[in-house]
Design a protein. Sequence first.
Length: 141
Amino acid sequence: MTRFFNISRSTLLWLPGVTLLFLSACATTIPTENAIKERAMARWDALLSDDYAAAYEYLSPAYRSSVSLKQYQRFLLLMKVKWDKARYIESDCTETICKVTISLDYTAFGAVPGVSSFNATQKIEENWLRSGGHWYVVPEK
């Protein structure tokens, strides 16, 4: 019976370290759905607070290489829509791409003759791409 519990001194020294290493790796891993939800909502929080520079950083590197921050800001400022609230609904992800569904409350201005504005809610789908360990939205246009 004592032979079963006979553990060498070196095993007692490295076993707790290896255990802690494995546990810390598990603790710092965020599942894809949580990571994409956090990124998508952080982007929408930036857009809702008119922080276009912060929202620009969530755009894919390829998009940012072809559209400057000023061009992006101008595009957003010229829209006849004011976003009021965004809610994450779901995502469908693989290892490197995600389709994210957002429910978006908005106010449209001058869209209907005789009506200065109207409020509506719409579900939108965004395409997200994982690059360099981070998730980025890929705009359709």
